[in-house]
Design a binder for this molecule. Structure first.
Ligand SMILES: NC(=O)c1ccc[n+]([C@@H]2O[C@H](COP(=O)([O-])OP(=O)(O)OC[C@H]3O[C@@H](n4cnc5c(N)ncnc54)[C@H](O)[C@@H]3O)[C@@H](O)[C@H]2O)c1
Length: 328
């Protein structure tokens, strides 16, 4: 099939490109390269360089004719979304409306959309299943929920079939080493640990060690980015075969605490990097763990690389290669 991957040069997008290309699909990427990287995508990918805010550019790119579209283009820093909501409203919500209009004008090929666990906010029960109340704690999460609501209407009114994939914490890198450049300005735990281990940052700040968890540090559900990428292929196949929209949670269903991740990272990297205790961050729940049984049942999706050792070793390999030879 011919797939257009919007935001395909980014961290998750580049893995999604490899997942479609690996099974022989023809892959094109639409990206403005604000945070993406060309060298992370498969070589044979066709590139449409431009912005989802540019309606005529989108119209031209979509009119070429695609069997499916994946939409990952967005800003994603939850903290920044609280100080600059306008920036997030424009890029995430307005940009998506432009894309939805272009998709509908092009005959409404099925769409796989990057949603987020941030749509849920503070958990009222665990594990978090799809029916869990939606009460985003930050504006970024609100943009994702708003887009899910828009998608429901475009399905009802324009017969646009979509899969909203609510990722929990994406982590890790391609185990074959095909993704070569690390995320720019990472904010998630694992790349920050890697930067501390590699000496790129002075230390790792552990935000709160007095939570009501097994070791006092926050517990999160980490899912390997290649497991996530495979879910996009499976969701696209589901949309083509079933012609029914869906919203599913994608997590490993097992939580790893900050302290556990640090311990495993010290063992794998062999570097006892400096750590300092910091205050809790506002809006950081003690524990977030997904239920992914719907994705398992509907898509046949399973995680295969989402254990702490695979997450850390694939990330450390990338950082080591990159530090030794950044342009390789
Ligand atoms: N990384 C995570 O843990 C995580 C968790 C939940 C959801 N998500 C969502 O997954 C998606 C991908 O995340 P990521 O971690 O790969 O982020 P990323 O920043 O690495 O990738 C986003 C890509 O979109 C492109 N882009 C952004 N705005 C654009 C625009 N206006 N026009 C064209 N291209 C544009 C960027 O250049 C980049 O290549 C995002 O929608 C994000 O909200 C990510």
């Amino acid at each position: 099939m011919r797939v257009l991957i919007v935001g395909g040069a980014g961290y998750i997008g580049s893995h999604v490109c490899h997942a479609f290309a690996d099974r022989g699909d023809s892959v094109a990427v639409l990206d403005n390269f604000s945070s993406g990287s060309r060298i992370n995508m498969p070589e044979e990918v066709e590139v449409f360089e431009g912005d989802i805010m540019d309606k005529s550019f989108l119209g031209r790119a979509l009119s070429i004719g695609w069997d499916g579209v994946v939409h990952l283009a967005a800003f994603k820093a939850a903290g920044e979304s609280m100080t600059d909501p306008g920036k997030y409203a424009v890029n995430n919500i307005c940009g998506t409306i432009n894309l939805l209009n272009a998709i509908v004008n092009a005959g409404a090929p099925p769409l796989v959309f990057s949603s987020s666990a941030a749509v849920f906010g503070e958990p009222v029960r665990l594990p978090i299943d799809e029916d869990h109340p939606k009460a985003p704690e930050n504006f970024y999460g609100y943009t994702k929920l708003e887009i899910e609501n828009l998608l429901d209407w475009f399905d009802k009114l324009k017969d646009l079939k979509f899969a909203a994939l609510r990722y929990f914490n994406a982590a890790g890198y391609d185990s074959k080493g095909r993704v070569r450049e690390p995320e720019k300005d990472p904010q998630n735990l694992l790349p920050v640990i890697m930067e501390a281990a590699a000496g790129i940052r002075e230390n790792l700040i552990i935000h709160g060690d007095d939570y009501d968890t097994r070791d006092g540090t926050c517990i999160r559900d980490y899912v390997h980015v290649s497991d996530l990428a495979r879910a996009h292929v499976q969701a696209m196949d589901y949309l083509v075969a079933e012609k029914k929209s869906l919203k599913v949670n994608l997590g490993s269903e097992s939580g790893i605490s900050v302290a556990e991740m640090v311990k495993e990272a010290v063992a794998i990297t062999g570097v006892d990097f400096p750590r300092v205790k910091g205050p809790r961050r506002p809006g950081d729940p003690a524990k977030l763990v997904a239920s992914s049984s719907l994705a398992r049942n509907l898509l046949g999706w399973e995680t295969t690389q989402s254990d702490a050792a695979s997450l850390i070793s694939s990330t450390w390999s990338l950082y080591r290669r990159y530090i030794e030879c950044p342009k390789a």
